[in-house]
Design a protein around this ligand. Structure first.
Ligand SMILES: [Zn+2]
Ligand SMILES: [Zn+2]
Length: 320
């Protein structure tokens, strides 16, 4: 049996991974993919943000893929391999905080995984506007680019020419061997992402001779925290909009990512919001199903988050 190609999709918080995943899940490419999504934060939101389709989505919420849930990853991939029916590939979306090295190692260190899968490529999304700042504080943002076979500098509509040139320069100096593309809203051809056949372990070992040493990439994410809140009460959208705007204005520097799904009174669809630092986007998402309980969920990921203050502010936005 031919080994199943595996694509690892990484990128720091807010780079646009869910947008790209949505394109892969909805565009007509005639292929069947299984998708494994790993989220940071106790409440899973991404599964409600990604489009429904024939592809199968498996969630791993109970930890970070690069530290604590490698065993789960091996088991999940193992389950996919043993299933009947052909699969054109497996796509693994890591959390924005994951170091890709241990994820890549998994495909070489575990015997069964190694025999039955072929790592196709590590594709890394970069937020054109925030990449420089992320590099300054995050080892993972750097490693995601260092280990990439392809880098997509996304959200180019948010920077001017000079800003884009700086992001390109930063990416190329970290990783001269990767193919670098630019996009806004992840509008790259999907054959640049899937079935690239560009992963090369030998090249990686040239750069990092101890790459396959387990433990060489130990790290902790303890300086980054997440605060999640849920409620089955609907949200007063005007109040929420005012609050989130003011909150990000004052604290956005420390908020690497915020996102959520809101239940708005008398509204058929979910209200979805996504933010990176001071920038926030809102729009309608999937409709609620008839028999579904409408739960609002929000997650903040960042540094020095005041959990209690966030909880109180969120509660104040609920419809009384
Ligand atoms: Zn980790
Ligand atoms: Zn690490």
């Amino acid at each position: 049996m031919l080994p199943i190609p595996v694509t690892v999709l990484t990128g720091y918080l807010g780079a646009g991974k869910t947008t790209l995943l949505n394109r892969i899940l909805t565009e007509n490419h005639g292929k069947r993919y299984a998708v494994i999504v790993n989220e940071f934060g106790e409440v899973g939101i991404d599964n409600e943000l990604v489009a429904h389709s024939d592809e199968e989505i498996f969630e791993m919420n109970n930890g970070c893929i690069c530290c604590t849930v490698r065993g789960d990853l091996i088991r999940m991939v193992g389950g996919l391999i043993r299933r009947k029916g052909s699969l054109d590939g497996v796509l693994i979306e890591t959390t924005g905080l994951a170091d890709p090295a241990p994820v890549i190692q998994t495909f070489f260190l575990d015997q069964e995984t190694k025999e039955r899968t072929a790592l196709d490529a590590v594709v890394t999304l970069v937020d054109a506007r925030h990449f420089e700042g992320q590099l300054g504080r995050s080892q993972e943002a750097r490693e995601q680019v260092v280990f990439a076979d392809a880098v997509i500098i996304n959200k180019t509509d948010l920077v001017d020419e000079a800003g884009l040139a700086r992001a390109l320069e930063a990416v190329k100096s970290l990783n001269p061997r990767a193919e670098v593309m630019t996009s806004s809203r992840c509008d790259v051809p999907l054959d640049k992402v899937l079935a690239r056949r560009s992963f090369d372990l030998m090249k990686l070992l040239d750069i990092e001779p101890d790459f396959l040493d387990e433990g060489a990439h130990e790290h902790s994410h303890d300086t980054v925290q997440s605060v999640s809140m849920t409620s089955d009460k609907p949200v007063d959208f005007e109040k929420f909009k005012t609050w989130i705007g003011e909150y990000l204005n004052d604290h956005g520097q420390h908020v690497y990512r915020c996102k959520g799904i809101l239940s708005i009174p008398d509204e058929r669809q979910r209200l979805v919001f996504q933010g990176v630092h001071m920038l926030v986007e809102m729009g309608f998402g999937q409709p609620w199903k008839e028999d579904e309980s409408r739960v609002s969920k929000v997650v903040f990921i960042g540094r020095n988050l005041d959990r209690l203050a966030l909880q109180i502010a969120f509660r104040d936005c609920l419809v009384k």
